[in-house]
Design a protein around this ligand. Structure first.
Ligand SMILES: *[C@@H]1O[C@H](CO)[C@@H](O)[C@H](O)[C@H]1NC(C)=O
Ligand SMILES: *[C@@H]1O[C@H](CO)[C@@H](O)[C@H](O)[C@H]1NC(C)=O
Ligand SMILES: *[C@@H]1O[C@H](CO)[C@@H](O)[C@H](O)[C@H]1NC(C)=O
Ligand SMILES: *[C@@H]1O[C@H](CO)[C@@H](O)[C@H](O)[C@H]1NC(C)=O
Ligand SMILES: *[C@@H]1O[C@H](CO)[C@@H](O)[C@H](O)[C@H]1NC(C)=O
Ligand SMILES: *[C@@H]1O[C@H](CO)[C@@H](O)[C@H](O)[C@H]1NC(C)=O
Ligand SMILES: *[C@@H]1O[C@H](CO)[C@@H](O)[C@H](O)[C@H]1NC(C)=O
Ligand SMILES: *[C@@H]1O[C@H](CO)[C@@H](O)[C@H](O)[C@H]1NC(C)=O
Ligand SMILES: *[C@@H]1O[C@H](CO)[C@@H](O)[C@H](O)[C@H]1NC(C)=O
Ligand SMILES: *[C@@H]1O[C@H](CO)[C@@H](O)[C@H](O)[C@H]1NC(C)=O
Length: 612
């Protein structure tokens, strides 16, 4: 019996493997091989005919079912000469094509008109010449077009006006001439036409962009509005203004490294460039990471290592690779429990949070397993893990960026004059959302998953302004032990001596501390004027014991009438979460029900007097 089962299941496995082996898109593999075999290049690619395209070939991304190629990204491979015709154009489902920073010559490849789903086209920093395609309207979904830094000439085709999705158009540093057509592109956020031979004036539709977009041409600004309105308020504000210089230098630098055949020259150029561009490069994520202990060589060589890819989770619509990420302009968000967090703004203007994990205590397999587990959670109150990266030297995880900041920032950031206080409704929504998120996490992995690091700086607001929990499940793979007197330790249950020993009851304890924080407006560990260290839990206990309950509540909440009863109820829930004995704490599902009851009775609250 058992033997038969084993036999049966191994037959099953073999046939499964066979099916999966066949799932490789054969036709497209042929097209890619024709492409690379007919296109001289100086950097070797691991495109081995006998290995599967979808998971091994550098720069190739497939659809989820391996049936078609969605993205080809081959920046800085040292391609020389014209793109071999009838190769790339056979990848009919292609959405992203990046061949930037090569030495490609010839005309714009006319056959890519076949790629009807093309959305992102990056051909900047090549040596293309001749006219732009006259009919852009074949690509209905084009979102970003970057043809800058080439030798295109002729006029700007007015068919660009048909690209309803177009968000970014960069034609700078070419030899385009004639007048700028009237481009009615409501979604366009980023435009650059600088350094061409354009003449005439700026059409009305494009006058919302700044003059620098048109600089380096013979364009008259006579009827240009004196004060330029912002291109598009929300997103243009977050677009990196100086990031491009950082990226440019690295692209040039990568190009030189790759194209240069002679090692000595490469090393020399490398040194010069690293010196010259150090300042600018610091704007980029790779620059930021290098400020740690990474050498630039390591950053670059890593990105060429096919086995260490940025791994995306299902349904993730982001279109970038590790190089794009490293090149992105970045700013430091802060130091978290496990390492630094950065905000990175990608070429297409999306912002993501990149967390660099130090002190990962497990190997690649365990790391990946935990990431797959956490990454599979889809819940509106759990911050989605978008991608991760694991190599010997570097472990990164990528989340969406939330512009409102964490609950910690909302509660404790700039108290005083121009602050909008969080009202009681808002705090209730935060509490309910976070409790729902934690309840979801606790139900994962057969009801065994532990968050391990619940604190207000790991809680954000989702689109409905409910709490949303991030950083789930990281503690189990980290060796970090937070130092004894840190903010983080204020959330730690008394039984937790090592962060890896966190359990679901200790999550409930930490959540109780967050509730106290929402009620009191005080940090879990803070110092008084007399430099005395106050533990929030102990302090609340002592105040409540003296029956001064009303004293614990945040002064900011005191201006809302009729909420005291609810606050007292919430205080009781919080106190039940932070009891000393783990087995006496309620389960998170019960906590959630209790908080939802508080909200249900909530009768709405307006400030008693709007202006104090
Ligand atoms: C391609 O892969 C096969 C097996 O994986 C290996 O034997 C062969 O040497 C590889 N060829 C090249 C050119 O790397
Ligand atoms: C896609 O191919 C890879 C290997 O090439 C395999 O691991 C994966 O399971 C395949 N996915 C599907 C859905 O067939
Ligand atoms: C283009 O994309 C759509 C939707 O993503 C898909 O249904 C269609 O099959 C794609 N076209 C090709 C040629 O793959
Ligand atoms: C454009 O994208 C949408 C989804 O974003 C898809 O449904 C549609 O098929 C695409 N259009 C073309 C022409 O491929
Ligand atoms: C574009 O450049 C080519 C030479 O590279 C030249 O023959 C052609 O006339 C130019 N076209 C225009 C419109 O300037
Ligand atoms: C196009 O490429 C240039 C140079 O790499 C970069 O500065 C610019 O941000 C890109 N523009 C768009 C719209 O992607
Ligand atoms: C155009 O080239 C100049 C000089 O090489 C460079 O400073 C500028 O950033 C380039 N513009 C774009 C948009 O790439
Ligand atoms: C712009 O330049 C073209 C030649 O490239 C010329 O025919 C046209 O008259 C010029 N227009 C203006 C307004 O100067
Ligand atoms: C456009 O590119 C030029 C350099 O080619 C640069 O000086 C200018 O700031 C850019 N404008 C915008 C809005 O990016
Ligand atoms: C710039 O355009 C004006 C007309 O708009 C023309 O008189 C002038 O010669 C042009 N300058 C150059 C350098 O082409």
């Amino acid at each position: 019996m058992g033997g038969l089962r084993v036999l049966f299941s191994s037959v099953f496995l073999v046939s499964l493997a066979f099916i999966q082996g066949n799932a490789d898109p054969v036709e497209e593999k042929r097209a890619l091989l024709d492409f690379v075999n007919n296109f001289p290049h100086s950097r070797s690619l691991n495109w081995n005919e006998s290995s599967p395209v979808c998971h091994y070939w550098t720069g190739v991304t497939c659809s989820k079912d391996n049936s078609s190629v969605l993205a080809v990204r081959l920046p800085g491979v040292g391609f020389k000469g014209p793109i071999p015709p009838n190769t790339i154009s056979r990848l009919s489902a292609l959405q992203i094509l990046s061949l930037r920073s090569n030495a490609i010559t010839g005309h714009f490849p006319s056959d890519i008109a076949n790629l009807r789903n093309l959305s992102f086209l990056y051909l900047q920093f090549n040596k293309f010449s001749g006219p732009l395609p006259s009919d852009f309207s074949v690509w209905k979904n084009l979102t970003i077009v970057n043809l800058s830094n080439n030798g295109f000439n002729g006029s700007i085709p007015s068919s660009i006006s048909n690209l309803n999705q177009l968000a970014g158009l960069n034609l700078a540093n070419n030899s385009l001439s004639g007048e700028i057509p009237d481009l009615n592109l409501p979604r366009l956020q980023v435009l650059n036409l600088s350094n061409n031979d354009l003449n005439g004036s700026v059409p009305k539709s494009l006058q919302r962009f700044s003059r620098s977009v048109f600089s380096g041409n013979n364009i008259s600004f006579e009827n240009f509005p004196a004060k330029v309105p912002p291109a598009l308020p929300s997103s243009s504000a977050s677009y990196p203004k100086h990031g491009s210089t950082g990226r440019l230098s690295e692209a040039a630098f990568l190009g030189i490294i790759v194209a240069g055949g002679v090692l000595g020259i490469v090393a020399f150029a490398f040194l010069i460039l690293v010196c010259c561009f150090r300042r600018k490069r610091e704007d980029s994520l790779s620059g930021k990471l290098q400020k740690g202990e990474m050498s630039p060589e390591k950053v670059i060589s890593r990105s060429q290592d096919a086995n260490n890819k940025l791994v995306f989770f299902e349904g993730c619509s982001y279109a970038f690779d590790l190089e794009d990420l490293l090149r992105a302009s970045a700013e430091v968000l802060g130091k978290g429990t496990f390492g630094m967090a950065y905000k990175a703004i990608l070429e297409d203007a999306t912002a993501v949070v990149v967390k660099r994990l130090k002190e990962v205590s497990v190997g690649k397999r365990d790391f990946e397993q935990q990431m797959e587990l956490v990454g599979s959670i889809r819940h509106e109150n759990v911050l989605e893990l978008k991608a991760y990266y694991y190599s010997k030297d570097e472990k990164l995880i990528v989340y969406d960026y939330y512009s409102q900041g964490s609950v910690s920032a909302l509660l404790h950031g700039k108290r005083g004059e121009d602050r909008t206080p969080l009202d009681w409704d808002a705090r209730l929504r935060i509490a309910i959302g976070a409790a729902r998120g934690i309840a979801c996490i606790h139900s994962e992995n057969g009801g065994k998953l532990v968050h391990g690091n619940i604190k207000s700086s790991n809680i954000f607001l989702n689109s409905r302004s409910y709490g949303c929990v991030s950083d789930a499940g990281l503690t189990t793979i980290m060796s970090a032990l937070a130092p004894p007197i840190s903010r983080a330790s204020g959330y730690r249950a008394p039984e937790v001596t090592d962060t890896r020993k966190a359990a679901q009851p200790s999550d409930v304890y930490s959540f109780g501390v967050v509730l106290l924080e929402l009620l009191t407006g005080k940090s879990p560990i803070h110092t008084t004027a007399g430099d005395e260290i106050v533990h929030l839990v102990r302090w609340v206990h002592s105040v409540v014991r003296e029956e001064w309950t009303a004293e614990v509540f945040d002064l900011e909440l005191m201006r809302y009438p009729n909420i005291e009863e609810e606050m007292v109820e919430m205080l009781q829930i919080a106190m039940s979460c932070v009891v000393r004995m783990p087995d006496q704490r309620p389960k998170i599902m019960d906590v959630l029900k209790m908080i939802e009851n508080v909200q249900r009775r909530d009768t709405g609250n307006q400030p008693s007097s709007v202006n104090k």
